[in-house]
Design a protein around this ligand. Structure first.
Ligand code: SF4
Length: 532
């Protein structure tokens, strides 16, 4: 008796594809069977095109979800403002010059290769060649660090290595999913080793509410949220999270069976979505749209363990499917004209922002901010200093060795960011905020030494940062995450390297911004917009 039944019964593929031709493909007969042969150049060209599309275009369904926020009378003003920024950003990115986000991601290729598909050599090498070309030739960012030893790292300068996972399956088609995953987004993937005790409605709801709320805003909501309950191993649970967040498992059945097949729990998906709408976090600065949608997948499990996985696809919702068959090479159709989702909206709808002149001395900047309630909308004009992880670590070491902080850390607000390449003829490459929480350990010692008294980034911060702001009269501002192309084109007027030039995108930059939107998140009393 054959008891085998596939766990993942994915259903029909309803993706709309565009044909990329059939160069490099041939059908050959071996005995009674036909095989599809695929040249390595075809794999490289497909990966090159896929990652170029991903950097600049979105799925129509994602754009429609942003549009729906604008039309929802229950959405908060801030929800609508974020959705509008993200749609504008998509329009700018679609021109093919500025990528939609400055973090152009780790390249992932997830493939299922039919046993009747033959390729020459190493598929991973062929995909990597195409990925490297895209990242080298476009205005993307090299984000991968190679460890030289346990504590020394250097940028690979190619954005390789990519994560490439190819499984052998039955059939005569090569199905692929290309994903460009940003660091902030990847960091919001979690595994919780639970027990059977979680499997009752009350406990599960309470658990999910706590864990989902704790995702915070550092990965630039609104999110496509994926939850996986069960799994034959921790790694199966997390891989399912990744696929579900890419909506690659949407065709799963909606009920379980005696063989242990995976299924989507549509009822729980609806309940969790409703729960996210009442968390108050909204699309980054309060409101209803913390999540666009929710996927909940139930997997089989060993009786003694219950892994639960959680993850998101962020506002840089970058994945594209592809397939190679005897009929040709096909790539999922992404939206080339996102402007059709952006209605004519009156600029400046909602409350007018408080103008903050960053050309003033730091004490004046803080005086202007002091007394403003958290959540105040701001418009920033003037110089900012850009610095992130490596520089903060280096400056802390110097501080601990008895040196002072450089004046630029004391005299200007610090913007946590790392830009993509600057396109020819433009002032700036895509230049959105990075996750501020990574700089939390530096806030208290820097503020005590007179630096980082006003910082700008994205996402929530630790209680220690709140305390440091209260102790030293500091402020933390947030700006819209995920709208890096729009920030570059509409608000950054000048970029120059100031220090640590050898660090590439991790260098210290001095930039000039104009009318850059921001929110007061933590004030000098330690009040926190997100904690509220
Ligand atoms: S949208 Fe935000 S979380 Fe996503 S890749 Fe960009 S910076 Fe990272």
């Amino acid at each position: 008796m054959n008891d085998y039944s596939p766990i993942f019964q994915k259903g029909a593929d309803e993706t709309e594809y565009v044909s990329l031709g059939s160069d490099g493909l041939a059908v050959e007969r071996l005995g009674a069977r036909e095989f599809l042969t695929v040249a390595p150049q075809a794999l490289s060209a497909l990966a090159e095109r896929a990652f170029a599309d991903l950097a600049h275009r979105f799925r129509p369904s994602h754009l429609q979800q942003l549009r729906s926020i604008l039309e929802d009378p229950e959405a908060s003003d801030n929800d609508r403002e974020v959705a509008q920024s993200l749609l504008k950003n998509a329009v700018i990115a679609s021109a093919g010059v500025l990528p939609s986000c400055q973090d152009t991601g780790t390249a992932l290729v997830i493939g299922e290769k039919g046993q009747q598909v033959l390729t020459e050599g190493d598929d991973a090498e062929a995909f990597s060649a195409g990925i490297a070309r895209t990242y080298a030739e476009r205005n993307l960012r090299f984000s991968q660090l190679a460890p030289q030893s346990m504590f020394e790292e250097q940028n690979t300068g190619t954005n390789l290595p990519a994560q490439i996972d190819i499984a052998a399956v039955a059939g005569d088609s090569y199905d692929l999913l290309f994903v460009a995953k940003g660091g902030g987004s990847a960091n919001k993937t979690f595994l919780f080793q639970q027990t059977k005790a979680l499997l009752n409605p009350e406990k599960l709801h309470a658990f999910l509410e706590e864990k989902v709320a704790s995702l915070g805003t550092a990965a630039c909501p609104p999110y496509h949220l994926a939850i996986v309950i069960g799994g034959l191993s921790a790694e199966q649970t997390l891989k399912t999270v990744k696929l579900a967040s890419c909506r690659a498992l949407d065709g799963l059945p909606t009920t379980g069976d005696a063989t242990g097949r995976a299924f989507r729990d549509r009822e729980l998906e609806g309940q969790v979505l409703e729960m996210t709408r009442h968390l108050g976090i909204g699309a980054q600065f309060g409101g209803k749209y913390f999540c666009h949608d929710v996927r909940v997948i139930r997997l089989p499990r060993h009786a003694g363990s219950l892994p639960v996985g959680l993850g998101v696809s962020c506002s840089a919702d970058r994945q594209v499917k592809a397939k190679i068959t005897a009929d040709g090479i096909f790539l999922e159709k992404l939206e080339a004209h996102p402007e059709r989702y952006l209605p004519e909206l009156s600029e400046g709808a909602g409350t007018a922002p408080l103008t903050l002149d960053l050309n003033q001395p730091m004490d004046e900047i803080r005086r202007t901010l002091s007394g403003q309630p958290v959540g105040t909308k701001l418009s920033l004009t003037g110089p900012l200093i850009v610095a992130r992880d490596v520089v903060h670590a280096e400056l802390l070491e110097r501080l601990q060795a008895g040196e002072d902080l450089p004046d630029y850390v004391k005299d200007h607000p610090i913007y946590y960011a790392g830009p993509a390449k600057t396109p020819e003829g433009m002032a700036s490459g895509s230049f959105g905020p990075t996750t501020s929480a990574r700089m939390d350990p530096y806030a208290a010692p820097f503020m005590a030494a007179g630096g980082s008294l006003v910082t700008l980034g994205k996402g929530n911060r630790s209680p220690e940062v709140r305390q440091a702001c209260a102790d030293h009269g500091g402020f933390y501002l947030g700006t819209v995450g995920g709208a890096a192309a729009a920030i570059a084109q509409d608000h950054i007027r000048k970029v120059e390297t100031l220090d640590f030039a050898e660090l590439g995108m991790e260098a210290v930059w001095r930039i000039e911004v104009q009318d850059m939107p921001a929110f007061l998140v933590i004030d000098d009393q330690g009040n926190d917009f997100y904690a509220r």
